[in-house]
Each structure stands twice: as C-alpha cells, then as structure tokens.
Write a protein of this length. Structure first.
Lengths: 400, 400
C-alpha cells in the first residue's frame, strides 16, 4: 500500500510539472513541432516554428537563467571536476547532432555517474531555472538530443553498468547509459538476445532507445519497447526519482506510468535505469536478399512471410532502388548481392529458429514459391556468416 | 499539427481530471485499495479501507447526487426507453460481481450504443455529480466492474461492432463491447488469431480486457496488451472523446497516452474502441500435460521450453495439486489425463507452428529429454483436438 501512495504522490508531481510546462525552446516537444529551422545557424539563431503554413520565430525564453560561476562550483562539488565539461572541442561534439543538421550553443556538458547525481543536477537546475537537455549516444536523426540554445547538456553515458540479469526469466536490469551493442554482446554470452537491434547500436544507449521508443530491426518479431520494457527508473524535472523499475511481467498495480516515458524524448524526466525482457538466443539464423518489382508484391510478400515462415520470421526489411543506389555509391565495400540488373525494391528477410536444416529448408521453399508466383524477380540466400553480415550492412548502413 | 494540438489540449484536461480526482468511493482506484469489505452487506454497507494494519470505514461521499426523475428522462431521451434499465432482476445481475463477493446498490443500468452516447452520459453525470461505474462482461475477479454504492452502471456490451480488419497488417479495429470469443472466431475465419485468450472469453469484452490489462493464456508467446494494442478511443469523465485510435505500429508522435488507459480499470475514462495487432493463424497446434514434483523443476522446465521449443512455444501454464484437486472434485467431466498418482505440480505446454510433423517431433523430443533428466515425472501428449480441449479445460476452468 505504501508503494501505491508514493507512486500516487509522484504521479501528481510529474503531471503537475507536465501541465505547467510551457512550449519553450528547451522542451523536446517544442522541437518536435518546430519542423523547419530556417535560421542562419549563427550565434543568433533564427529558428521558426511551423504549424501547417504558419511559421513563427523561436527565441530563447528569457525567463531561463544563464550559467554563472556559482553554478559551475555547485556542479563540480557534486560531480567532481572532470565530469563538468567546458572544453570547447568536447562541447562542439555534444552540441551537434549526428546528421549535422542541428547545432546548439551549450557551454556546459555534465556527466553524472548515478541516479543520485542526475537528481541533484535536475533539482539544482530547476531551482535556478537553468534549461537542460538530456543526451545519450546522440545518434538520433531529429535533433532531439542536442540543445537549441544554451541548455545544460546532461549526458548519461557514464551510467553504463549492468545491474542484474536473471537467466530463468531473461530479465535484464541496467543503467540508461549502456551502449546497445554492449548489451547485445553481454546477452549473447548468456544465451539471450536483445529484443531491439538497430544500425546505430555501436553508439546508441538503452536510455535513449527507450526515451525515443526506438523500433529497429527486430520489431517484426519482438514488437515495440512498450511490450518489452518491464520497468524504468526516471528522474523528474524537480529531482524526484520515480522508481518504476519492476521486473514482474504481469504487474497491473496502479497506473502504468513508465509508458509515458517511453517515446517522450526526455520531456517528462530523464530515464536512469531500465529493466527489459529478453528472449533466449536461438541457434539457427538464415538470411535472404530479394528483389521485387512493385510495391504491392512487397506487401503481399510480407503477408506470405508472416504466414508461411510464421514462427521463425525475425526480420523483414525494405529498401527502394534510390536507397540502394545511395548505399552502393557512397559506402565502401558494399555491393549488391543480386545480379547487376536494377530492381525497383529490395527486401531482406531473416529467420531465427532452433533447427538449422529445417529452417533453411523452409526459407528455401518460401523463396522458390515466391519466385514461381512472380512476387520476387530475384533472390539469394546467405551461404555463411560473412555473407549474412554483408546483407545486413546494406540495410543498417542506410543511416549513413 | 492540428492532431497534436488537439491531443495536447485533451491531455491537459484528462490529467486535470486525474489530479483533481479524490479517492472517493466511485473511483476504482479507491476500491483497489479497499482490500477488506468487512460490512454486513445490507442496504447500509459498512466498508473498510485498509492500509496495512489500519482499516477505516468507507462511506458514500455525500457530495455525489442521487438520481431523480429528471435524470431518468434525460437518459431515456438520449438512449431510448429500452436502454435505460431499472428492472430489478437485471439490476441485481449488474450489481453483483462474477465471484459473488461484492454487491453494489445501483438503481440504474445504462446501455449506450455508440461513443456519442457514452460521451453524453458522462458529460451529464459529470455536470450533475452522479457517480458512475463502467462495466463490460462483468467477469473480473476483484470487484472492479460493480458499484460500491448507488453508482450509475454504464455497460458497453451493446457496442459490439467490428469496425475494420486489414488482412495485410493483421490489424483489427472494433468496439469495446465485442466479446473476446466472438473476436477469436471472427479472426479464425480470416486466418488470424487474437494475441489474447482467457478462460472468461465467452463473456468478457475487449474493452474490459484492455482496461484491466488482462494477461491470459497466450502471454508467453504474444506478450502484454501494452505491446499488442495499437490504438484506443476513450471517453473522459467530462464527456470529451480522446481519439488515440491509431493503427500504425511505429507511431511515436506525442505522448503515448493510450497506455494510461490500459490497466487503469476505467478510472481515467471509458474505453470505447480498440485497435489491436493480430498474428496470422498457424496450422499446427500440439499440447502436452505434464507432472512435476518440485517447483524448481517447473522453473527449469520453463527455461528449457523457451530455449528448446523456442519459436513454437505458445503456452506454458501451471497448476499446483490443490488447484488440480479443486478442478477434479468440483467440475463435471474433467479428469486427470495422467495416471492416478498424485503429483505436486502440473504443467500444460502448447506449441503453435506451421509444420505439423516437425512441431510434434520437436515437442516429443523435448518431453523425452525432460523425462530422462528427471524434470518431469509423467506426461501425455494430446492425440486429437478433443483431448487438446480437455487439457485446456483443466486450466481454463480453474476460474470456476
């Protein structure tokens, strides 16, 4: 009952902070609706907010404070000298998004090492009215992880510990700054897989994945993070720590607040810990790369794959010829595994199961049937792990 | 952008209504923490609310109005005479929960036929301060679907239309009052399955399933409704209709508010429509009924089943000997499929795949191995669909 009362109180605070929040420039939601930054990109940015055909200029909200030396002393006291970063080169990196489309002007990057430090930072910034922007691997493509003006950047990358893993249930509990690829390797060693995989895995962090509700390459098999994330810990704007770090699959007590944090881009709080359900690793993986001449056939092929490959289908990815050209022309060492003829669409189909020969036979039969029925015009099955990786690179490297 | 603005406004209202909501007797959350109704069950109920060892008496909040003849006229005008139920026998049924543990004293049962009618009812009740309780199939086991005092019962069972089904994506859109078993049959005819199945399927409704975040018998394969429900329509306490009825699997626009309604038992609004992702039906189903002598072996068996049956495992259900005794002693026509020896634990394992002979072979090998390694002490594989149904009855009828 105590748990319920505490959650209820924190919910009220969280919601109050949400309702009171204005659409100011440091709010990711604001940036979400700022479709077209039309400015000069200089020190005096001219950003525009666009609603349909209307565009209004965005300016720094003057009610936010600017950093002073007392602020820096406070942060150094809490985090230690080296985790309070003012170095221009490091700030330059943290101010610019992965696509180099958005550039902020933050003078301060903070690197907390645990939840308590995140809480102290937020409590202080809230009391001083200092705007903040949470940052993980900074691999997002929509500018959500960089400042617009001079927000303090809070990067959780130093919070990268795996807290627990239960081999019976497959439930992993870890800190938000864990890099996705490290989690994938860790689980692989334990005989499990992350239900989430994406091209940016070498840099992106699980806290950012959760905050942006990343979909990724395993979506068709394992579904969304709303289904796989079992619990979260998050720090609210006023420094309160909301503990929703459950590891129970069927937990229906009270409102399931964690879902508000999944996909809300840090605007309701900073995710600091995650518990996630991971399925056991299955031994047999097969990959095919196919060509398809019209979109309707691609659609039909998805339907058929879901039905005929059913339980072993683990990925169904799609490229049009334009995306394929970009990958082939701009990336070293990537080549089209199909004949040189140009096709309109390309598909990558992966199966994952527990029986090598059965799975392969099944995928081959599916491809043969699809070829005969004219749904695909060409196709090739990866013969070894190198070929499999090269097929995946075509899809994953589209982000470059 | 308009969609975003509207959602944002409605969110504020919804949250305002949530924050302002007191823990009054008509609030399911209140009932959630009313663990022990210690009253005399008469017209003047003595209900107690319990926090740990403390218990305080629950009384009807006097700030709520009582029904008058103007109210009845209004409801008859909106819903038509026959959907405004005052008949004592019908009210008796609607006032009592399925387990006959809780009994309310409502004088009025309303049967809206569409979202607009639900909206008009709620708007009116809100303005008149009439307490309400939403009701679906009334199959819940915790008293959430019946009134505590004289709340107006709003039963959505007449809203039972299937609105759309997309055979390419497998996405079903339907009204909240659709009975789960009807949806299962509908989808079966289309070659798909509901990701949710439970013993009460013949009476329970999808709106109630969503509002209570029902888990059910397919949980181990398809996961929670938070993963499978793609969209919702809900009516807030003031009558506003919150349209979150998306059918896009990767929709990350704005806050994902629908999750607040999944599992919140109608306390934030009444769910009126649901869109849900359904997987294609696979042709081969195999079921085994096993005996296990200690709990640790059951746990190990779950781990092994996830790994060895992997992609085809579709159910893993558990009974202890006490539950088994109850089923065998109190239900007609149910018998223990195993030898008459008493075992400590029983397990039902189901596989669903696309290849009959392969799946059966695999399950048989798994059972043989589990028997040899001593994890199970006995086991039997269903030989036909009748035997399969009889195995399922043991598990499903535990609710009786």
């Amino acid at each position: 009952m105590d748990k319920y009362k505490v959650t209820h109180r924190l919910l009220r605070q969280s919601i109050k902070s949400l309702v009171n929040r204005q659409l100011t420039s440091n709010n990711p939601i604001y940036r979400f609706i700022s479709a077209f930054p039309l400015g000069n990109g200089g020190r005096n940015p001219q950003l525009y907010r666009s609603f349909g055909s209307l565009a209004t200029k965005v300016e720094r909200n003057p009610s936010f404070s600017s950093l002073n030396s007392d602020d820096l002393s406070y942060f150094k006291g809490v985090l230690g000298e080296k985790n309070v970063v003012q170095d221009e080169d490091r700030l330059e990196t943290a101010n610019i998004d992965w696509m180099h489309k958005y550039k902020g002007f933050s003078k301060l990057l903070l690197l907390p090492r645990n939840t308590e430090e995140v809480s102290k930072i937020l409590e202080y910034c809230n009391s001083r009215r200092l705007a903040v922007v949470p940052q993980g691997g900074n691999t997002g493509l929509v500018g959500g992880s960089v400042p617009v003006f001079d927000e303090v950047i809070i990067n959780v990358g130093s919070m990268n510990k795996i807290i627990a893993f239960d081999k019976v249930s497959g439930i992993l509990v870890c800190e938000a700054g864990c890099i996705l690829e490290n989690l994938i390797s860790y689980l692989d060693n334990q005989g499990f897989v992350m239900p989430l995989d994406l091209g940016a895995k070498g840099s992106c962090q699980i806290g950012g994945n959760v905050s942006t509700n990343a979909g990724g390459l395993r979506f068709v098999r394992y579904g969304s993070l709303h289904g796989n994330v079992l619990g979260l810990e998050a720090v609210l704007a006023n420094g309160d720590v909301l503990d929703m770090l459950g590891t129970l699959r069927k937990d229906n007590t009270g409102y399931d607040l964690k879902h508000l944090f999944i996909g809300s881009e840090g605007s309701l709080g900073i995710v600091t810990k995650v518990s996630i359900l991971t399925p056991p690793k299955l031994s047999s993986v097969n990959i095919a790369f196919l060509a398809c001449e019209d979109y309707l056939s691609c659609q039909k092929l998805l339907s058929e794959a879901k039905r005929k490959l059913g339980e072993i289908l683990s990925a169904f990815e799609f490229l049009d010829s334009h995306a394929m050209d970009l990958v082939l022309n701009h990336l070293e060492g990537v080549r089209n595994p199909l004949s040189s003829a140009v096709h309109n669409f390309y598909l990558l189909i992966e199966t994952t199961g527990s029986d090598e020969s059965y799975d392969k036979e099944k995928l081959e039969a599916f491809l043969l049937h699809s070829m005969e029925s004219g749904l695909i015009s060409d196709g090739v099955l990866a013969q070894d792990i190198n070929q499999a990786s090269s097929f995946w690179r075509i899809r994953e490297d589209q982000k470059h």
